[in-house]
Design a protein around this ligand. Structure first.
Ligand code: NAD
Ligand code: ZN
Length: 370
């Protein structure tokens, strides 16, 4: 049931292996990338408790020595304090230029460990073993690494591509359902932005994937990785097309800021709501038919996901304040908001030509629904 995606960036190409049971074979897959049989694993305490023993046994089976640093679980870890701790730990492990750092966890660990690998000794190689759906379909692919600062999320970082990604879909069995569905928000995003047939497939098979059907999970992760890889190969450093991956994200970032980056709204939940809002805006601009936003919302609802502003618990600021927060998004170029709009399902494009009052009315109507 295993599949793979090749990321063909010249000089920095790598494979993403996808399927159940890859963690138990990690030693075999990592070996060809090692110049000496030694790795440094960065993980979080929750992932370590559930899965580190399997990874360690897989390494030992291939005679690879290992040390592991388990950081506290959660977004708060992705900051200067745990970052400098990680960098110093890697130096204490006497990690050399030819060695391999293994980022073993969700997006928090992938971003932090990848950034640490990018700067230790001016760059050591690293492998990603993503353990959340969000990390398997999004954060482990494409080479963006970094941490948050007091000024905002992901403001410090580096482009640093991994040498290998091992996405073991059986690890998703221990993921809380809410985190699974949040990651699914990014999966839906891929269908919506560029592959109508994939969205059709998700309408039928998304519920199976959520219920644990392994073949459905493998296909959902594989198609998502293919799409991200294709876009990253066209535009690694986000000069153009890579912005399509931000479908739903300008809305999402405003909602995350408005809810204090708290448990009230997980990132992928905000992406799903943001995609629904982007399609609603596109329909009001006459870019796509009114049926498209309805179809997007029906699928999210069928998955049991947050779909509308009304689904976010607690108070939200008014439409004008939300629009103001959208303007603080880091995708703003020269003060102009760039939107990802759609001409239909699977047909997203980048534009700055979206009138303020249309966005205000979409947000205003959504807030009235609360
Ligand atoms: P996360 O890493 O915090 O993981 C979510 C929770 O799930 C954590 O508590 C973790 O301990 C737990 N967990 C992880 N794997 C598990 C498993 N298999 N079983 C049980 N529990 C498990 O969060 P995330 O949603 O994976 O990632 C979010 C981060 O990713 C954000 O910081 C975001 O900025 C970043 N991100 C980066 C990119 C990129 O391109 N670099 C893209 C999207 C998101
Ligand atoms: Zn996202």
């Amino acid at each position: 049931m295993q599949d793979s995606v090749h990321v063909g960036l010249p000089g920095r190409e790598y494979d993403i292996l996808i399927g159940p049971g890859l963690l138990a074979e990690a030693g075999k897959h990592l070996s060809p990338h090692l110049r000496r049989p030694k790795v440094a694993i960065v993980t979080d305490e929750r992932v370590a408790a559930a899965h580190l023993a399997t990874l360690e046994a897989a390494l030992e089976a291939e005679g690879i020595t290992h040390a592991a640093l388990a950081l506290p679980a959660g977004e708060a870890t992705k900051g200067w304090t745990q970052f400098s701790r990680t960098v110093e730990w890697l130096l204490e492990q006497k990690i050399e230029r030819g060695d391999l750092v293994v980022a073993f966890g969700g997006g928090v660990i992938g971003d932090l460990a990848g950034f640490a690998a990018a700067v230790v000794r001016r760059g050591v190689r690293f492998a990603q073993i993503p353990t959340t759906l969000l990390a398997q379909v999004d954060s482990s692919v494409g080479g963006k690494t970094g941490i948050n600062t007091a000024q905002g999320k992901n403001l410090v970082g580096a482009f640093h591509q991994p040498v290998l990604v091992l996405a073991d879909t059986s690890l998703l069995d221990t993921l809380p359902p809410r985190d699974f569905l949040a990651g699914y928000g990014e999966v839906v995003k891929y269908g919506l932005l560029g592959d109508a047939a994939f969205f059709d497939w998700l309408e039928v098979n998304g519920p199976k994937a959520a219920a644990g059907d392994m073949a459905a999970r493998v296909h959902a992760v594989t198609r998502s990785c293919q799409m991200k890889a294709e876009i990253v190969m066209r535009d690694e450093t986000e000069q153009g097309d890579r912005a399509l991956l931000n479908l739903g994200h300008t809305f999402c970032h405003a909602l995350e800021a408005a809810t204090g980056y708290s448990d009230r709204l997980l990132h992928g939940e905000g992406v799903a709501i943001g995609c629904a809002l982007a399609f609603e805006t596109s329909a009001r601009l006459g870019l796509c038919s009114q049926e498209d936003p309805s179809r997007v919302r029906s699928h999210l609802k069928a998955m049991g996901m947050k779909t509308d502003l009304a689904d976010i618990p607690g108070d939200l600021p008014d439409a004008a304040a939300l629009l103001e927060l959208m303007g603080q998004d880091k995708k703003v170029v020269d003060g102009t908001l760039r939107f990802i709009m759609a001409r239909g399902i699977g047909a997203a494009f980048v534009t700055s030509d979206v009138p303020r009052d249309v966005v205000l009315s979409v947000l205003g109507d959504g807030l009235v629904g609360r």
